[in-house]
Design a protein around this ligand. Structure first.
Ligand code: SAM
Length: 215
């Protein structure tokens, strides 16, 4: 079956059938070619309902879990978004379709390089790349007030990193898997009138967020 047909089936059977309703999120999944983000030898599995190995002991997440995270972010076209854990760059591409600017950080050099090459070749011009520890947020020299409307962490942490909480803009949303190394709850953090609120959604399993404010 052609990749385009597999993509359509993925959206219908893995996302819509399981309750993903955000039309913009569904349209982004229908557009972004997932096969470009998996190793060549695994391309035939690109639309499977599962995570896949991308090298460096890391994975591209299952499409459904990426969709839930994006839906929980309540993404708007004007949002400035921070993504921790670029991995293959697939979720980065979806965020670049859905928001104004994406700042993405990855701690594995080979992965950030490959993701950057793929995304630039695809023509994305609204993504900023950084190699380093994303648990500390986006550090900019001589700039202490970087704020993001939406923050998504694609790796599991023992708690919400204080630096990320601080970089969340007023009215912002942060989605992060919180729990043990082996099992987590998808957690949504909101910032309204200076007040932080937190609630847990579905159970999930992510690779660990390795860093100063992670594991
Ligand atoms: N969303 C990605 C995709 O679409 O391919 C998958 C992300 S993968 C599940 C998690 C990524 O988080 C891994 O690539 C891992 O190296 C990265 N990671 C773990 N700790 C990190 C940290 N402190 N800063 C930045 N990236 C980190």
């Amino acid at each position: 079956m052609k990749f385009a047909d597999q993509r359509k089936l993925m959206v219908e059977q893995q996302l819509i059938a399981r309750g993903i309703t955000d039309e913009r999120v569904l349209a982004a999944f229908a557009k972004v070619p997932r096969e470009k983000f998996v190793p060549y030898e695994l391309q035939h599995l690109a639309y499977q309902d599962a995570p896949l190995a991308i090298g460096g002991g890391q994975t591209i997440s299952q499409p459904y879990i990426v969709a839930i995270m994006l839906q929980e972010l309540h993404l708007q076209t004007q949002d400035i978004t921070l993504e921790i854990g670029t991995g293959s760059g697939y979720q980065t591409a979806l965020l670049a379709e859905l928001t104004k600017q994406v700042y993405t950080i990855e701690r594995v050099w080979k992965l950030i390089n490959k993701a950057k090459k793929t995304l630039l070749e695809m023509g994305y011009e609204n993504i900023y790349f950084r190699y380093g520890d994303g648990s500390l947020g986006w550090q900019e020299k001589n700039k202490t007030d970087m704020r993001f409307n939406k923050i998504v962490v694609a790796a599991a942490a023992p708690g919400v990193p204080p630096s990320l909480q601080q970089q969340l803009a007023k009215g912002g949303r942060l989605v992060i898997p919180i729990g043990s190394r082996f099992m987590q709850q998808l957690t949504v953090v909101t910032k309204q009138n200076g007040e932080i609120a937190e609630y847990s959604e579905d159970g999930c399993t992510f690779v660990p967020l390795i860093g100063k404010e992670g594991w």
